[in-house]
Design a binder for this molecule. Structure first.
Ligand code: ASP
Length: 316
Protein backbone atom coordinates (compact mmCIF):
# COMPACT_ATOMS: atom_id res chain seq x y z
CA UNK A 1 0.00 0.00 0.00
CA UNK A 2 1.32 3.45 -0.88
CA UNK A 3 2.45 5.60 2.02
CA UNK A 4 0.11 8.41 2.96
CA UNK A 5 1.46 11.84 1.95
CA UNK A 6 2.76 13.78 4.94
CA UNK A 7 4.98 16.61 6.13
CA UNK A 8 7.24 17.08 9.11
CA UNK A 9 8.73 20.37 10.30
CA UNK A 10 10.51 22.19 13.08
CA UNK A 11 8.21 23.49 15.82
CA UNK A 12 8.05 27.04 14.38
CA UNK A 13 6.89 25.61 11.05
CA UNK A 14 3.60 24.30 12.42
CA UNK A 15 1.82 27.50 11.30
CA UNK A 16 2.60 26.57 7.69
CA UNK A 17 1.60 22.91 7.75
CA UNK A 18 -2.03 23.42 6.78
CA UNK A 19 -1.02 25.30 3.62
CA UNK A 20 1.38 22.50 2.70
CA UNK A 21 -1.14 19.76 3.47
CA UNK A 22 -3.69 21.43 1.17
CA UNK A 23 -1.27 20.95 -1.70
CA UNK A 24 -0.64 17.30 -0.81
CA UNK A 25 -4.37 16.53 -0.33
CA UNK A 26 -5.05 17.87 -3.82
CA UNK A 27 -2.46 15.42 -5.15
CA UNK A 28 0.17 18.13 -5.54
CA UNK A 29 3.93 17.78 -5.52
CA UNK A 30 6.15 17.71 -2.44
CA UNK A 31 8.12 20.70 -3.77
CA UNK A 32 4.94 22.78 -4.07
CA UNK A 33 3.86 21.74 -0.58
CA UNK A 34 7.17 22.99 0.82
CA UNK A 35 6.84 26.37 -0.87
CA UNK A 36 3.30 26.80 0.43
CA UNK A 37 4.24 25.77 3.96
CA UNK A 38 7.36 27.93 4.21
CA UNK A 39 5.64 31.15 3.18
CA UNK A 40 3.60 31.81 6.37
CA UNK A 41 6.75 31.30 8.43
CA UNK A 42 8.80 33.61 6.23
CA UNK A 43 6.13 36.29 6.56
CA UNK A 44 5.72 35.83 10.32
CA UNK A 45 7.21 38.98 11.82
CA UNK A 46 7.20 37.38 15.28
CA UNK A 47 9.72 34.73 14.19
CA UNK A 48 13.14 36.31 14.74
CA UNK A 49 14.97 33.56 12.88
CA UNK A 50 13.23 33.36 9.50
CA UNK A 51 12.41 35.91 6.78
CA UNK A 52 10.92 39.26 7.72
CA UNK A 53 11.54 40.08 11.38
CA UNK A 54 14.81 38.13 11.52
CA UNK A 55 17.59 39.44 13.77
CA UNK A 56 20.18 41.25 11.60
CA UNK A 57 23.93 40.77 11.20
CA UNK A 58 26.52 43.03 12.82
CA UNK A 59 25.89 45.76 10.25
CA UNK A 60 22.12 45.62 10.92
CA UNK A 61 21.40 43.90 7.60
CA UNK A 62 18.89 41.02 7.56
CA UNK A 63 20.57 38.47 5.28
CA UNK A 64 18.44 35.46 4.37
CA UNK A 65 19.48 31.92 3.45
CA UNK A 66 17.19 29.26 1.96
CA UNK A 67 17.54 25.96 0.17
CA UNK A 68 15.24 23.39 -1.41
CA UNK A 69 15.93 19.92 -2.82
CA UNK A 70 13.93 17.57 -5.02
CA UNK A 71 14.50 13.97 -3.95
CA UNK A 72 13.33 12.68 -7.34
CA UNK A 73 16.06 14.40 -9.37
CA UNK A 74 18.51 15.49 -6.63
CA UNK A 75 18.12 19.03 -8.00
CA UNK A 76 18.96 21.81 -5.57
CA UNK A 77 18.14 25.51 -5.55
CA UNK A 78 19.43 27.88 -2.89
CA UNK A 79 20.07 31.52 -2.07
CA UNK A 80 22.39 32.93 0.56
CA UNK A 81 22.84 36.38 2.10
CA UNK A 82 19.79 37.55 0.16
CA UNK A 83 18.62 40.99 1.28
CA UNK A 84 15.24 42.65 0.99
CA UNK A 85 13.16 40.01 -0.77
CA UNK A 86 10.19 38.11 0.60
CA UNK A 87 9.71 34.36 -0.06
CA UNK A 88 13.33 33.13 -0.06
CA UNK A 89 12.23 29.48 -0.49
CA UNK A 90 10.33 30.46 -3.65
CA UNK A 91 13.38 32.27 -4.95
CA UNK A 92 15.44 29.14 -4.20
CA UNK A 93 12.90 27.01 -6.08
CA UNK A 94 13.21 29.30 -9.10
CA UNK A 95 16.99 28.82 -9.02
CA UNK A 96 16.36 25.06 -8.99
CA UNK A 97 14.03 25.31 -11.98
CA UNK A 98 15.61 27.92 -14.19
CA UNK A 99 19.36 27.99 -13.76
CA UNK A 100 22.17 25.54 -14.37
CA UNK A 101 23.32 26.48 -10.85
CA UNK A 102 22.45 25.42 -7.31
CA UNK A 103 23.33 28.44 -5.17
CA UNK A 104 23.27 32.20 -5.69
CA UNK A 105 24.64 34.61 -3.09
CA UNK A 106 24.22 38.25 -2.08
CA UNK A 107 23.72 40.75 -4.90
CA UNK A 108 23.47 37.95 -7.47
CA UNK A 109 20.63 36.34 -5.53
CA UNK A 110 18.87 39.72 -5.21
CA UNK A 111 19.31 40.40 -8.89
CA UNK A 112 17.76 37.03 -9.74
CA UNK A 113 14.84 37.70 -7.37
CA UNK A 114 14.27 41.06 -9.00
CA UNK A 115 14.46 39.61 -12.50
CA UNK A 116 11.70 37.17 -11.61
CA UNK A 117 9.42 39.74 -10.05
CA UNK A 118 9.71 38.80 -6.37
CA UNK A 119 8.33 41.34 -3.95
CA UNK A 120 10.69 43.52 -1.94
CA UNK A 121 10.16 44.60 1.65
CA UNK A 122 12.04 46.06 4.59
CA UNK A 123 12.97 43.02 6.65
CA UNK A 124 14.23 44.74 9.77
CA UNK A 125 11.47 45.18 12.34
CA UNK A 126 11.62 47.48 15.38
CA UNK A 127 11.49 44.45 17.71
CA UNK A 128 14.38 42.68 15.99
CA UNK A 129 16.42 45.88 15.99
CA UNK A 130 15.82 46.34 19.72
CA UNK A 131 16.91 42.75 20.42
CA UNK A 132 19.97 43.25 18.24
CA UNK A 133 21.02 46.46 20.00
CA UNK A 134 20.37 45.09 23.51
CA UNK A 135 22.75 42.17 22.97
CA UNK A 136 25.49 44.42 21.61
CA UNK A 137 25.13 46.77 24.57
CA UNK A 138 25.15 43.90 27.03
CA UNK A 139 28.35 42.52 25.46
CA UNK A 140 30.10 45.89 25.45
CA UNK A 141 30.30 46.22 21.66
CA UNK A 142 27.94 49.10 21.16
CA UNK A 143 28.19 51.09 18.99
CA UNK A 144 29.59 48.55 16.55
CA UNK A 145 33.18 49.34 15.57
CA UNK A 146 33.08 48.66 11.85
CA UNK A 147 36.87 48.44 11.67
CA UNK A 148 36.89 45.59 14.19
CA UNK A 149 33.94 43.43 13.25
CA UNK A 150 35.80 40.21 14.05
CA UNK A 151 36.06 41.13 17.72
CA UNK A 152 32.43 42.32 17.77
CA UNK A 153 31.35 39.00 16.25
CA UNK A 154 33.32 36.92 18.77
CA UNK A 155 31.84 38.83 21.69
CA UNK A 156 28.29 38.99 20.37
CA UNK A 157 28.12 35.26 19.64
CA UNK A 158 29.75 33.96 22.78
CA UNK A 159 27.41 31.41 24.37
CA UNK A 160 24.86 31.87 21.62
CA UNK A 161 21.99 29.42 22.02
CA UNK A 162 21.48 28.90 18.27
CA UNK A 163 17.77 28.33 18.06
CA UNK A 164 15.43 28.98 15.17
CA UNK A 165 15.25 28.52 11.39
CA UNK A 166 12.50 26.52 9.75
CA UNK A 167 12.75 23.00 8.29
CA UNK A 168 10.12 21.22 6.20
CA UNK A 169 10.20 17.76 4.63
CA UNK A 170 7.33 16.47 2.47
CA UNK A 171 6.41 13.12 0.94
CA UNK A 172 3.79 13.27 -1.79
CA UNK A 173 1.37 10.79 -3.37
CA UNK A 174 3.81 9.95 -6.15
CA UNK A 175 6.36 8.94 -3.51
CA UNK A 176 8.53 11.98 -4.16
CA UNK A 177 10.40 13.49 -1.24
CA UNK A 178 11.56 17.09 -0.91
CA UNK A 179 13.21 19.13 1.81
CA UNK A 180 13.62 22.85 2.43
CA UNK A 181 15.14 25.26 4.95
CA UNK A 182 14.63 28.99 5.40
CA UNK A 183 16.46 31.25 7.85
CA UNK A 184 17.76 34.69 8.59
CA UNK A 185 20.77 32.84 9.95
CA UNK A 186 22.21 33.66 13.27
CA UNK A 187 21.72 37.25 14.42
CA UNK A 188 24.90 39.28 15.01
CA UNK A 189 26.73 37.16 12.41
CA UNK A 190 29.64 38.58 10.48
CA UNK A 191 28.31 40.15 7.25
CA UNK A 192 28.32 37.57 4.48
CA UNK A 193 28.39 34.62 6.86
CA UNK A 194 26.50 31.71 5.35
CA UNK A 195 25.39 28.79 7.50
CA UNK A 196 24.20 25.30 6.69
CA UNK A 197 20.68 26.26 5.63
CA UNK A 198 21.37 26.95 1.92
CA UNK A 199 24.02 24.25 1.63
CA UNK A 200 22.80 20.88 0.37
CA UNK A 201 24.35 18.05 2.33
CA UNK A 202 24.87 20.24 5.39
CA UNK A 203 21.46 21.77 6.21
CA UNK A 204 19.24 19.65 3.99
CA UNK A 205 19.21 16.65 1.67
CA UNK A 206 16.57 14.51 -0.04
CA UNK A 207 16.81 11.32 -2.05
CA UNK A 208 13.66 9.45 -3.09
CA UNK A 209 15.46 6.14 -2.82
CA UNK A 210 15.81 6.39 0.94
CA UNK A 211 14.71 9.60 2.68
CA UNK A 212 15.39 13.20 3.59
CA UNK A 213 16.89 15.20 6.45
CA UNK A 214 17.08 18.85 7.56
CA UNK A 215 18.96 20.71 10.28
CA UNK A 216 18.67 23.74 12.51
CA UNK A 217 21.17 24.85 15.10
CA UNK A 218 24.69 26.11 14.74
CA UNK A 219 25.17 25.80 11.00
CA UNK A 220 28.93 25.46 11.23
CA UNK A 221 28.44 22.13 13.00
CA UNK A 222 26.19 20.77 10.26
CA UNK A 223 28.67 21.99 7.64
CA UNK A 224 31.60 20.34 9.40
CA UNK A 225 29.65 17.15 10.00
CA UNK A 226 27.89 16.96 6.62
CA UNK A 227 24.90 16.22 8.81
CA UNK A 228 21.93 16.09 6.40
CA UNK A 229 23.71 13.99 3.78
CA UNK A 230 25.30 11.80 6.44
CA UNK A 231 21.83 11.04 7.80
CA UNK A 232 20.47 10.16 4.36
CA UNK A 233 23.46 7.91 3.66
CA UNK A 234 22.70 6.05 6.89
CA UNK A 235 19.12 5.58 5.64
CA UNK A 236 20.51 4.30 2.35
CA UNK A 237 22.56 1.80 4.32
CA UNK A 238 19.30 0.44 5.70
CA UNK A 239 19.11 2.12 9.10
CA UNK A 240 15.76 3.27 10.47
CA UNK A 241 15.32 7.05 10.94
CA UNK A 242 15.92 6.81 14.69
CA UNK A 243 19.24 5.05 14.24
CA UNK A 244 20.33 7.08 11.18
CA UNK A 245 19.73 10.39 12.93
CA UNK A 246 21.33 9.27 16.17
CA UNK A 247 24.51 8.32 14.34
CA UNK A 248 24.66 11.58 12.39
CA UNK A 249 24.21 13.54 15.62
CA UNK A 250 26.84 11.47 17.42
CA UNK A 251 29.29 12.16 14.59
CA UNK A 252 29.23 15.83 15.64
CA UNK A 253 31.21 14.86 18.74
CA UNK A 254 34.21 14.77 16.44
CA UNK A 255 33.88 18.48 15.65
CA UNK A 256 36.22 20.35 18.00
CA UNK A 257 36.25 23.93 16.79
CA UNK A 258 35.65 25.18 20.31
CA UNK A 259 32.73 27.44 19.53
CA UNK A 260 30.08 25.17 21.01
CA UNK A 261 26.50 25.30 19.82
CA UNK A 262 23.61 22.92 19.47
CA UNK A 263 22.14 20.88 16.65
CA UNK A 264 18.62 19.79 15.74
CA UNK A 265 17.82 17.27 13.04
CA UNK A 266 14.67 16.00 11.34
CA UNK A 267 14.47 12.78 9.31
CA UNK A 268 11.71 11.33 7.11
CA UNK A 269 12.26 8.10 5.24
CA UNK A 270 10.61 7.08 1.97
CA UNK A 271 8.10 4.89 3.81
CA UNK A 272 6.87 7.78 5.97
CA UNK A 273 8.73 6.92 9.18
CA UNK A 274 10.08 10.02 10.89
CA UNK A 275 12.25 11.07 13.81
CA UNK A 276 13.52 14.30 15.35
CA UNK A 277 16.69 14.97 17.32
CA UNK A 278 18.17 17.73 19.39
CA UNK A 279 21.35 18.14 21.37
CA UNK A 280 19.26 19.61 24.18
CA UNK A 281 16.24 18.19 25.99
CA UNK A 282 12.65 19.32 25.61
CA UNK A 283 12.66 20.22 21.90
CA UNK A 284 9.80 19.11 19.66
CA UNK A 285 8.89 18.81 16.00
CA UNK A 286 5.55 18.69 14.21
CA UNK A 287 4.09 16.25 11.70
CA UNK A 288 0.83 15.87 9.83
CA UNK A 289 -0.39 13.42 7.21
CA UNK A 290 -3.22 14.17 4.79
CA UNK A 291 -5.74 12.20 6.87
CA UNK A 292 -4.97 14.13 10.08
CA UNK A 293 -7.18 17.14 10.90
CA UNK A 294 -4.45 18.78 12.96
CA UNK A 295 -0.73 18.52 13.29
CA UNK A 296 0.80 16.57 16.16
CA UNK A 297 3.87 17.48 18.15
CA UNK A 298 6.48 14.84 18.88
CA UNK A 299 9.36 14.98 21.37
CA UNK A 300 12.81 15.04 19.76
CA UNK A 301 15.28 12.41 20.90
CA UNK A 302 18.08 14.12 22.79
CA UNK A 303 21.55 13.14 21.58
CA UNK A 304 24.39 14.76 23.44
CA UNK A 305 27.01 16.08 20.98
CA UNK A 306 29.66 17.33 23.41
CA UNK A 307 29.95 20.86 22.07
CA UNK A 308 30.65 22.67 25.34
CA UNK A 309 32.42 25.93 24.64
CA UNK A 310 36.09 25.91 25.54
CA UNK A 311 36.80 29.02 27.52
CA UNK A 312 40.29 29.47 26.12
CA UNK A 313 38.68 30.53 22.83
CA UNK A 314 37.16 33.49 24.66
CA UNK A 315 39.87 35.64 26.17
CA UNK A 316 37.52 38.47 27.13
N1 ASP B 1 21.26 26.81 11.14
C1 ASP B 1 21.11 28.23 11.09
C2 ASP B 1 22.41 28.84 10.67
O1 ASP B 1 23.44 28.38 11.13
C3 ASP B 1 20.69 28.88 12.35
C4 ASP B 1 19.72 28.17 13.24
O2 ASP B 1 19.20 27.13 12.86
O3 ASP B 1 19.45 28.68 14.33
O4 ASP B 1 22.39 29.83 9.98
Amino acid sequence: MATEPLMICSENGAIGLEAGLRVLRAGGRALDALEAAALPVELNRQDRTVGIGGVPNLLKQVQLDAGIMDGATLSVGAVAALEGYLEPVRVARKVLELLPHSLLVGPGAARFAQEHGFEQAEHLTAEAEAQWRARLQERGVWPVDEDHLTECCRRALREERWGGTVNFIALDRAGDLAACVSTSGIGWKYPGRVGDSPQAGAGFYADNRCGAACCTGRGELAIQGGTALRTVIHLEQGLAPLEAGTRAMQFLRRVRDGWGGGMNLLVLDRTGRHAGFSSVTGRKYAYQSISMDEYAMEERTCVEIGQEETQERYPF
